[in-house]
Structures are given as C-alpha cells and as structure tokens.
Design a protein around this ligand. Sequence first.
Ligand code: ADP
Ligand code: MG
Length: 493
Amino acid sequence: MSITASPPAVRSIYLPRSPCGTPRVRMTVRSNAVTVVPILTKLQKDCATPLPVLRHVADAMAADMRAGLAVDGGSDLKMILSYVDSLPTGNEKGLFYALDLGGTNFRVLRVQLGGKDERVVATEFEQMSIPQELMFGTSEELFDFIASGLAKFAQEEGGKFHLPHGRKREIGFTFSFPVKQTSIDSGILMKWTKGFAVSGTAGRDVVACLNEAMERLGLDMRVSALVNDTVGTLAGARYWDDDVMVAVILGTGTNACYVERTDAIPKLQGQNSTSGRTIINTEWGAFSNGLPLTEFDRDMDAKSVNPGEQIFEKTISGMYLGEIVRRVLLKMAEAGALFGESVPENLCTPFVLRTPDISAMQQDTSQDLEAVESILYNVAGVKSNLSMRKIIMDVCDTIVKRGGRLAGAGIVGILQKMEEDSKGLIFGKRTVVAMDGGLYEHYPQYRRYLQDAVTELLGWEISKNVVIEHSKDGSGIGAALLAATNSQYEHDF
Ligand code: ADP
Ligand code: MG
C-alpha cells in the first residue's frame, strides 16, 4: 500500500459531523490515516479480481448467453435478435442517412457511399440538443421535433451528396432505449430510460412514430433499419474490417453484441437467415453472476431507480464508477474522519463525483497531486492534504481496476462462447472486438486494465489473435450502412 500515516494525532472520542443524515457508530478516532486505511484495505479485498474470479465471470457470461439463446427469459441476458442478417460488405453505394437518439442529444448524419474503391465519398453530421421540456412532453411533440431537425438537415444537402431520381432518402435509426425489435425496421419501445418520461410512446413502434411525424411534415424520408447502438458499431467497424465479430459500448451504460450462427440459436426455431448468421444484442448490462461486489455497490443499487437490475452495468460503466468512489469517500469521511472533524456537505450529494472527474484525477502525475487537489476542491468543496489525496487515488484505482478487468472478462466470455461453437474460427485466427463509448475512449487506465484481463485469461499466444480496438463513432456510419443493406430499392451493388 502506498499510504503512510500522517503524524499520529491521538484525539479524544468524537464523531465527524455529517450533514448527510446517516446514522453512525460512535468510535474512537486516532488519526484519519489510521482509521481510513482499514476501509481501503477492505475495499481492495472486496474488489479484487484475481484470475479465478475473472475466469468464473467469463464462464458464467458464456453460460448465461447460451441460456438466453435457448428461450426468451432463460437468463439475465436477453440475447435480443437484431434482425440484422447481412453485414456491410464495402460494396454499398448511394446516399444514406443516420439518426442517433440515445441521450440528451440527437445526431443526424448523411453519407455518400461509393462502393469498394471509393468507400465513404463524403460524410456530414450535425448534433442537436433536445429541449428539456420535450423529454417530459408527448410522443408527437418529441418526434415532430426530431423530424423537423432531420428536415432542416436534409434541406442543406448538396455538394458531393446525390440522391438518384425518384428515390426516398433512407435512414438507419439508432435508438438506444430498450426496444423489442420486431423486424429490421420496426420495434416496440418497452420503456423510456435515462431521464426521458415522454407520454404515449411506450408500447408503440418507434419507427412508426418517426415515420408518422415525417409524414405530418411532408418529409420524403423513410426508416429502413432500426438498430441498437452496439449493432451500429459492429456494422460500422465491419465495413472496414471483415474480422470484426464483436462490438462493445462502454459509455454512460454498457452493452455488447456479436455475430452468431443461426443454428446456435434454439429460440429461433429453425427460422434461418440466408447468410446463416445474425447479430445478437446481448444486453449484457443485466449480467450479475459471481461479480465481486461491495457494501457500496449494494447501497448504490438499493437507492437506484432500478434496484436489482443492470448489476454488471452498475459495476463497470461510466454512469456509476464516480458514484461508487463518492460512496467510499463518504464512508471514509464519516467513519474514518478522512476530511477531519466534519463531513463535507457536497460529498453527500449522489453523483456529484463523476467518472470524468476520477479519470482526470488519475491522469495527475505531479508530485503533489495538484490536479487531484483542485478537483476535490471544485467538486466536493474539500481541502485535502497529500496523504489524503493518495488514499483517494487508491480508491479510484481500485474501482476502475475492477471495472476494466470485469469488462475484459465479459469480452472473453463472449469470445469463448463463440469459440466453443466453431473450434478455431475465433482464437485460431485474427478476431477483432470493436469498442466505443466515452468511458473506453477517455479513460486510459480503464482500457489498460481491460486489456490486461483479456491477456491474462487467454494467455499470450491466443491473445495476440484478439484485437481490441477503438472504433470511434462507428455507430452512425454503421446505421447508415444498415439502411443501405436493407434498402427497399434494387441494390446498386
Ligand atoms: P452514451 O453512453 O450516453 O452514448 P458516451 O459514449 O458519449 O455516451 O459516453 C459518455 C460517458 O463516458 C459519460 O457518462 C462518462 O461516464 C464517460 N466519460 C466521458 N468523458 C470521460 C472521461 N474524460 N473520462 C472517463 N470517462 C468519461
Ligand atoms: Mg452512445
């Protein structure tokens, strides 16, 4: 452990004054480091991910995948059929659009595809934010707003973008909310999440909602493919590289999809696709088997809007890492007097400490940890000394290490399942896992821990064949490509 106790200051019995309103046990506090270090040690022990734990997680992931493919509801993993049976080949040609609705923003994109030789001739995109009131309005209001954004964007088309005469503009629609897909171009919204509370959409086909809004505006566009963001990422990365077999998103939340053989999907009941393959959206955020969890995870889950659900997501994704750290620091402040005699008020506010904050702290290589000092001050209103800052860095590292390593074990679980069904076709040759999402992109330590776990699990030889690579914003182009592959018009290719 890198912590040295600050000069021992034996004090009389006192309780740190906490504005959080949580009951505390009366205890003797000798000095902060003396009482905080055991909390850190226990945290490190509870979060440890030695090889046997990683192996258990990978095996359980593979087993849960099989159970979810056998019957609907057979496992924590929903293993949703994407209806994407043909992946981009590189031969796609023409003008296509993509629309990405996944959070507080929506993005529109147009791409002119030039076939094998020219590939992406031109691409343009625009991002628009969704006014707060529309997140609580009616379905018509929201989709009218989106359709009018699309209309404005389509009007500005020109330059290298050409639509053959008599054709509608076709859109790949990336919609990152829980959808029960019913065909490649339809799907029922199960419920809004991520702060949306729009009335009248749940239970309806979101493609119909958008198509109706476009009709109301007289906009001559149609949705040809409804895609999950992981599926878009897989399609976008596959366009450039035939070895891409898996895509993983690590952003606010997390999810993964992969290319599956239709004969390995019992719940399809013989409905084979012509290609014999299809993309399965695992919804792996719901995985929960054998994860090393702590009291902080359990408390956070209990207080969440979806207790008992999305446990893997709550352990490894960007929305939660900072919050877990905050909960640890709060306990250190209350039970161990980390910040002296009173508990900083800001530290009581859920989600004040965000994952980008802990990531920024971990990038601080200065001797005095000056950046850590100022982040702690700005975010939590806390004045800190160097030994406290070192402890806090260790807490961040513990939570991020567990997250990255478990994500790596999950990836190995997927690859392992695929390899078991097709000996040598995954581990015996180059296989690419396309990664995207803000957490993966911006957190170098997390990326390193993820890769370490994959290498440890697979061994040096096999892991040389498994390429884990960032596919930045591939999902937009991926959705447009899936609109092309599923175009209603005769293919130009
Ligand atoms: P979404 O999952 O909502 O589509 P992104 O893929 O853009 O969003 O990821 C955003 C998430 O990435 C944020 O919620 C945050 O958790 C994480 N993130 C953003 N910036 C950083 C950063 N600098 N360091 C670590 N994590 C970050
Ligand atoms: Mg996203």
